[in-house]
Design a protein. Structure first.
Length: 225
């Protein structure tokens, strides 16, 4: 009984000490986060990072079985699967987190935000570096898939449910299937919580075609009158 209480307290204190950057990132970017204690106790994204910080050094030391076992335990407990070989920077926020998958050779920079259902995956049975590299200060919206050995530049925003198969330049916004770059009024949008502000380039193109068609119909009508 007392051993379990001490173990839980040790886990909380250790997490507060060694994951201050991640806790601060959650407090800054998640308006629902009310206290550091709540984050340590209840946030599955942080718990998944704790497991990964344990498994990754073991993976680098080529310890058999144990790193993958830790990863699978983390997936069972948190709903988030991070391969122990993935390289994760500081200040990662995995918001909600259910269904997030980060592949073996994925690299995630600093101050990145991943929403639920995000996949950083491969595209086949290729070997070597086969998962994406994310730069710093990136937001990946819910359900987005970034696949293959591609690079997503710093300060970019990947829209919800986008499927990204090609590299993304810095300061870009990507939406669509397959994903491609678009901008909002020619300027980079607020990266933090701007899901509803992303323009859909397909819709924009359709709107432009409708306007052109309406103008042509009006011109034709004038010519026939």
């Amino acid at each position: 009984m007392w051993f379990c209480v001490v173990a839980v307290l040790a886990f909380w204190l250790g997490t507060l000490l060694f994951f201050r950057g991640e806790i601060q990132a959650i407090q800054e970017r998640d308006p629902a986060a009310r206290s550091a204690l709540e984050i340590v106790a209840l946030y599955s994204g942080l718990h998944a990072l704790v497991f990964h910080r344990l498994a990754h050094p073991l993976w680098k030391m080529k310890v058999p079985f144990l790193p993958r076992a830790i990863s699978q335990l983390s997936r069972i407990l948190t709903g988030i699967e991070i391969h122990p070989g993935a390289v994760i920077g500081r200040g990662l926020l995995i918001d909600h987190g259910t269904g997030v998958v980060i592949g073996e050779t994925a690299v995630v920079g600093d101050n990145v935000t991943l929403y639920q259902g995000v996949t950083l995956g491969g595209t086949g049975k290729e070997t070597g570096k086969r998962h994406p590299t994310l730069g710093n200060n990136i937001v990946v919206g819910a359900g987005a898939k970034i696949l293959g050995n591609i690079v997503v530049g710093d300060n970019s925003y990947i829209g919800a449910n986008a499927v990204v198969l090609q590299g993304v330049p810095p300061n870009a916004t990507v939406v669509g299937v397959p994903g491609y770059v678009t901008k909002q009024d020619g300027e980079k949008i607020d990266r933090k919580l701007a899901h509803a502000q992303i323009l859909d380039p397909v819709r924009e193109e359709l709107n432009a075609l409708r306007q052109r068609l309406a103008a042509l119909e009006a011109q034709t009508q004038r010519n026939t009158d």
